[in-house]
Ligand binder design. Structure first.
Ligand code: BES
Ligand code: MN
Ligand code: MN
Length: 460
């Protein structure tokens, strides 16, 4: 016999889908200043939806940047307080011409709903709201105390959230955070995320001559800033994939043999992986498996490079400037500021003669995040996933970053359990991003069950 809240979800699934489509129509791109009003609009949409669901004090709260949304239901004395997290901002959409449907005109095709932000993170974050609504409308109460905290700046590194959380420690105090941002191993195999990598980034601006030069008149006597930049970038990584920046690996802790065995037990089909990504061969740091290299090893990647003539045909110019953007994924114990300092020193020592180099670093690096594998919140999630999928979840580590997890730990002293239902093929950050309706439904069911389970628990 389904419970009343489960029947409620089933009976309201048409409205839930209509809500998701509405939400996806808001182009809440946090990186682009032109879309700031849309990020605000998405925040207002979320606050209204929380209020309609029956949560109290639902409100948009300003930060130094994009807003956050807060709501609560705190009428379960003696029960734990669980905070649900997600983000309503999205990545930019470029390159636009590779989209088969306009990114903010959500399109249904079979089980898939295509739109920017569908899996990351609007579909995922709406699911727990719907589960809360179903519980409140049918039982008039929740099994635990609940706070909701949704943000609009995750995709730019949550630059103003640390200050916000530090300034609202009482409001946000809780026993556990559940993050609706992340995914599962597959449709039939659940997984628990036990770590996320950190990140730090920088831009390199190389200046040669004071202005662009005729490459015939001056070529051969003046250093070309693009050549200098390419040489500098190349010096940061050895040909086999090891990062060659002195001190880069100093703080990295190696996994124990048991931890490596746990990762090795996760199936990995290298042929299928290469085929899906369209590459002939994999590449990376020797001595580590592909899964290790994408989750527990740090990286340094050039994200973009520009300068000089880009148009059709030729232009005989020796450019004045060249630029590159770099980001590093960090693993436990690495500190963003130390890694950036190592890179600065490397640049200072490896800049070819004849150019000036300026380095701009983002002040908002984020360290890696790790939750103890025996954390009671993780155990509760494990039981729910096992019951839902019929198999034990894998313990996985994720290569991506969710900066707020370490902020919650630092300022509130609580761990975040990732409880989300994206799948790896859903084109996150890429054209034709989509979310599965089946995952949307499963996520609602899973959240209902997890809240019930946390209400019965022996404490967190
Ligand atoms: N949801 C992702 C992070 C993620 C990806 C978690 C895959 C688990 C599995 C998040 O929205 C994201 O993209 N974060 C950015 C953060 C950055 C902008 C500071 C990232 O990882 O690039
Ligand atoms: Mn996300
Ligand atoms: Mn993202």
């Amino acid at each position: 016999m389904p419970k009343a809240w489960q029947t409620y979800l089933q009976e309201h699934k048409g409205e839930a889908l209509a809500d998701l489509l509405d939400f996806l129509r808001i182009p809440s791109i946090s990186a682009l200043p032109d879309y700031a009003a849309d990020v605000q609009r998405a925040a207002e949409w979320v606050a209204q939806r929380l209020q309609k669901a029956g949560l109290e004090k639902a409100q948009v709260m300003p930060t130094q940047g994009h807003p956050v949304v807060y709501a609560e239901w705190l009428h379960a004395p003696g029960k734990p307080t669980v905070m649900i997290y997600g983000h309503f901002d999205t990545q930019p959409v470029d390159p636009l011409d590779l989209w088969e449907h306009p990114p903010f005109e959500p399109t249904l095709e079979g089980d898939r709903i295509y739109a920017r932000g569908a899996t990351d993170d609007k579909g995922n974050m709406l699911a727990p709201i719907l589960a809360l609504e179903a519980l409140l409308k049918t039982e008039g109460r929740l099994p635990v105390n609940v706070k909701c905290f949704f943000e609009g700046q995750e995709e730019i590194g949550s630059p103003h959230l640390s200050d916000f959380i530090a300034a609202h420690q009482d409001l946000l105090a809780c026993d556990l955070v559940l993050s609706a941002d992340g995914g599962q191993f597959s449709e039939t195999q659940p997984s628990l995320t036990i770590s996320l990598r950190g990140i730090c980034s920088l831009q390199i601006d190389v200046t040669g001559p004071a202005y662009d030069l005729h490459s015939g008149t001056y070529g051969g006597t003046v250093q070309n800033p693009i050549h200098a930049l390419v040489r500098l970038l190349d010096s940061m990584r050895s040909p086999d994939g090891r990062i060659a920046v002195k001190g880069f690996y100093d703080e990295v802790v190696e996994l124990t043999p048991e931890e490596r065995a746990q990762l090795a037990a996760i199936p990995f089909d290298e042929e299928a992986y290469k085929k899906e990504l369209g590459v002939e061969a994999l590449f990376g740091e020797p001595g580590y498996t592909p899964l290790e290299r994408t989750t527990v090893r740090p990286t340094l990647e050039v994200n973009g490079i520009w300068g000089g003539f880009q148009g059709e045909g030729t232009k005989t110019v020796l450019p004045s400037q060249a630029h590159a953007k770099i980001s590093c994924r960090l693993v436990p114990r690495q500190t963003p500021s130390r890694v950036l300092e190592c890179i600065r020193q490397h640049i200072a020592q490896n800049t070819p003669p004849g150019v000036r180099v300026e380095v701009r670093t983002s002040e908002h690096g984020t360290p890696a995040y790790l939750i103890p594998a025996d954390h009671p919140g993780l155990q509760a999630a494990r039981e729910v996933l096992k019951a839902l999928y019929g198999v034990e979840p894998f313990y996985t580590r994720m290569g991506g970053s969710v900066p707020v997890c370490s902020m919650f730990l630092e300022h509130l002293g609580v761990y975040t359990v990732t409880f989300a239902f994206g799948l790896h093929d859903e084109r996150t950050h890429s054209p034709n991003e989509f979310f599965r309706l089946s995952s949307f439904k499963r996520a609602q069911e899973a959240y209902g069950r997890l809240l019930e389970r946390l209400g019965q628990g022996e404490g967190l």
